[in-house]
Design a protein around this ligand. Structure first.
Ligand SMILES: Nc1ncnc2c1ncn2[C@@H]1O[C@H](COP(=O)(O)OP(=O)(O)O)[C@@H](O)[C@H]1O
Ligand SMILES: [Mg+2]
Length: 230
């Protein structure tokens, strides 16, 4: 399979040249193939979230290069980075970050407004995704009235509405009971089978050992210390 993500000796410093300088990533070189399902594993503070944020075009490395679908993104101006982020990635976080006072449908459509997608196309996509996640009947309910599992599916639907090639999930099972964790992994497995690349930061062994996962990358103190083929 062709490469979809490549990082080349990336470094990320926070608070550079200050007393509280942190080298959060140290010469990280990593290649991810299209369609791969990969876990970044490591203790808290090892750099997982930082690496996801750089891969996901939410931030830029201090040095080194990042290629997404063969395009170098590491030095792009913010507005280009934002476009690539919106077109390429779907993000699932441990906090669902939903707006509780508006409907499930409105939450799901929010990421599409800046893209200029037509109303017709928006409705078509929303219906398809809500149906597939089995929450079509809840579309017009306020998020605050939905169960935890339904809210999770709304958050997943919102991550999918831009038809991303790459799904990025940061500690997605951290607040979930085992039933919801299994459901989330099942949905990610289906998406992966359809060819989407999945990159998950987690220290949850349930995720790392799931049949979905092709490869586990271990991190410590901002470095990759080993990759394991299951
Ligand atoms: N915005 C920030 N400002 C300063 N230091 C940060 C920031 N974000 C993360 N760090 C530091 O960078 C290191 C890596 O953090 P992080 O990427 O969040 O690791 P993980 O996700 O594995 O817990 C840690 O030492 C953390 O304290
Ligand atoms: Mg983290």
């Amino acid at each position: 399979m062709p490469l979809i993500i490549k990082t080349q000796e990336i470094n990320k410093y926070y608070n550079r040249y200050k007393a509280d300088e942190v080298r959060a990533l140290e010469d990280v070189t990593l290649t991810i193939s299209q369609g791969e399902a990969l876990v970044l594993n490591g203790a808290s503070g090892s750099g997982k979230t930082t690496l996801l944020s750089l891969i996901g075009c939410m931030a830029r490395p201090t040095s080194g290069s990042i290629f997404i679908q063969d395009k170098e993104v590491s030095r792009l101006p913010e507005r280009f980075l934002t476009n690539i982020r919106r077109q390429t990635f779907g993000f699932i976080f441990q906090q669902l970050n939903l707006i509780r006072d508006i409907s499930a449908l409105e939450n799901i459509l929010l990421p599409l407004y800046p893209s200029g997608t037509s109303i017709k196309e928006m409705n078509w996509r929303a219906k398809e995704i809500l149906t597939r996640l089995n929450i079509l009947k809840k579309a017009h309910m306020k998020v605050s009235a939905l169960s935890g599992g339904e809210q999770q599916r709304v958050a997943i639907a919102r991550a999918l509405i831009n038809q991303p090639q790459i799904i990025i999930a940061d500690e997605p099972t951290a607040h979930l009971d085992s039933f919801l964790a299994a459901e989330l992994l099942q949905i990610l497995t289906e998406l992966n089978r359809e060819g989407k690349t999945v990159v998950i930061a987690t220290h949850d062994p349930f995720v790392s050992r799931h049949k979905l996962i092709d490869r586990v990358i271990r991190m410590r103190d901002g470095q990759i210390i080993g990759g394991l083929e299951p």
